[in-house]
Design a protein. Structure first.
Lengths: 264, 301
């Protein structure tokens, strides 16, 4: 499904602030793979997602999605295949537009936008059903401006927008990190439910080791722009946080990590 | 007095079309677009040149609209393709338009006295006075534009443009090329501004290469007056409030001039009004902070 080969990304090349964010990263995802990505600050997790999404252009390497080279496409063209949720709950929605308008924008991801009506009556009926599935009562507030929603509600809405027009690959970039623990759990549960019910291929970056173990069928650990651990299937199910910490110290050659990763 | 008010309303209607343009760039796209100062004059210049050489005044308005769109395109390309900050892109186009406007007119100002304008055609057709035909044509056009904009911003493209002003990153993630939406928005905005310039030139019977100076501030003043006084509930009411804002601004100006303010101080007055209006939210914050600290002091006592 996703084939990343020899990806390199350097920020501020040739300056004193030069930083290699991705160092020859290769990765293959099977259809239906749900990969959680962990690692310390600056490990390259978000950079990897942003390179796949086209926010950054890589220095070297290629990215293939479902047999199609996407690494030369601009961000808005890749969006056709990708669903994305960001860390900042404000980032994924248009605040001054209604809930239904945001959904309608997302429904048209990857299609040509014309002068036909932005939200149709038929779509509104469908949106109502889908919003109800979030269990947040948003189905009765469809014409409310997104600005008035809480961070958790906005993040749940962004998640729904990301999967509305079934993406080939879902990219979740620490999408629960800015939420309070209870809301974070709820949004994570929703994500897990959507991903398994729709058999989506997904990469989820997280700071939280427990979450990284709890969901998904595969776990990747990154450090200094490299993938240093890749655990699959049964082996991943048996992982514990303690094991992960030990693996991290031995493989990354540095002491772990920060409190947020262990306790978060 | 009545005559003054009527004149202010008619002028306000013509300027309201420019205010709608400013609304698109400043509120919808969230770009302070200084192209306006050049494109309003461009519209006036085009109309003056065409009419003074015997052209059709209505056709002149259409050409003015397209000329304005071209100006918006220039600013948009500087901003999106060459990555020049929006404010500077607007300034560059504005300065370039100064020369272009001189070329279009062939001189610094052109008089249209005793020539056939859109209003004189309408006036002789319906037997109306100049002021009434300005109000009629200006009002009809302003309303038609409001409803067209209301429709347009409800379409798929229009929604994408609105979202671009809100959150360009999200819009790109939804597969929209934000360069295109910004271009379309700026073209539409400046097209309307130039149309407004053409209508103004035809009503005052002359075009002057300086007439755009301070236009952006007048547009912003009208926009803020409209929003503050006439509400911002639905999108349609926001658009309509631009018309009322522009007319109210003209009435206020007519009144302060009548009360004896020298016309030379007009731009200073307008700039101060806009600065005050734009800083209102800050004053509100300050007041709230003061309140909180006062309450805090009370509870400690």
């Amino acid at each position: 499904m996703l084939k990343v080969t020899g990806l390199n990304k350097v920020f501020n090349p040739g300056t004193i602030n030069e930083k290699t964010a991705l160092d020859d990263v290769s990765l293959y995802l099977k259809p239906g793979d749900f990969v959680t990505v962990i690692g310390g600050n600056g490990a390259g997790k978000s950079t990897l997602l942003n390179c796949i999404a086209g926010v950054y252009r890589q220095e070297k390497g290629s990215i293939e999605l479902d047999g199609l080279r996407i690494d030369n496409l601009p961000e808005h063209k890749r969006a056709k295949y990708l669903g994305r949720v960001f860390q900042d709950p404000l980032m994924g929605t248009a605040a001054d537009m209604e809930i239904q308008e945001n959904l309608a924008l997302a429904l048209r991801r990857g299609t040509f936008r014309s002068l036909s009506w932005g939200v149709t009556a038929k779509e509104k009926i469908e949106f109502r059903k889908q919003l109800a599935s979030l269990g947040l009562g948003l189905e009765d507030r469809m014409s409310v401006k997104v600005r008035l929603l809480s961070g958790g509600q906005r993040q749940a809405l962004t998640l729904l927008m990301a999967i509305l027009n079934t993406p080939k690959l879902l990219l979740l970039d620490e999408h629960t990190a800015a939420l309070d623990p209870k809301t974070a759990r709820k949004v994570l549960e929703l994500s897990d439910r959507f991903i398994s019910s729709m058999s989506l291929t997904c990469m989820m970056v997280t700071h939280n080791m427990r979450d990284a173990i709890a969901v998904g069928n595969r776990l990747i650990m990154m450090s200094q722009g490299k993938i240093i651990l890749d655990v699959n299937g049964e082996e991943k199910k048996k992982l514990t946080v303690e094991q992960l910490i030990r693996m991290f110290s031995s493989r990354a050659g540095e002491e772990i990590i920060n409190d947020r990763m262990v306790l978060g | 007095m009545e005559q003054i008010l009527l004149g202010a309303v008619s002028l306000g209607l013509l300027w309201s079309i420019m205010t709608l343009g400013v609304y698109i760039s400043y509120r919808v796209l969230d770009v302070a677009d200084l192209t306006v100062e050049g494109s309003i004059t461009l519209g006036a210049s085009v109309c003056a040149r065409m009419i003074s050489t015997g052209g059709d005044p209505f056709l002149a308005l259409l050409v003015a609209f397209f000329g304005g769109m071209a100006a918006g395109l220039a600013t948009g390309l500087l901003h999106t393709k060459l990555r020049i900050p929006a404010l500077l892109s607007g300034i560059l186009t504005m300065i370039a338009l100064y020369s272009i406007n001189l070329r279009v007119m062939g001189m610094a100002n052109v008089s249209l006295l005793r020539m056939t304008t859109a209003y004189s055609i309408l006036g002789s057709l319906l037997g109306l006075s100049k002021t009434v035909s300005v109000i009629l044509l200006g009002g009809l056009m302003a309303l038609a534009i409001v409803f067209t904009l209301y429709w347009f911003f409800g379409t798929e493209i229009g929604s994408a443009i609105r979202a671009t002003g809100n959150n360009p990153r999200m819009v790109r993630a939804q597969g929209v090329n934000t360069d295109s939406t910004i271009l379309i928005g700026l073209m539409l905005a400046n097209g309307l501004v130039a149309l407004s310039g053409g209508l103004i030139a035809q009503s005052q019977n002359y075009a002057d290469v300086q007439m755009g100076t301070g236009a952006i501030v007048i547009g912003l003043a009208s926009l803020i007056i409209g929003e503050v006084l006439f509400g911002k509930r639905s999108f349609l009411s926001r658009l309509l409030s631009m018309l009322f804002g522009a007319m109210t601004y003209r009435v206020i100006i007519a009144l302060v001039l009548r009360l004896g303010m020298p016309a030379d101080d007009l731009k200073l007055f307008t700039a101060l009004t806009v600065a005050l209006a734009l800083s209102l939210p800050r004053f509100k914050d300050l007041r709230d902070t003061l309140k909180v600290s006062m309450n805090g002091r009370k509870s400690h006592a």
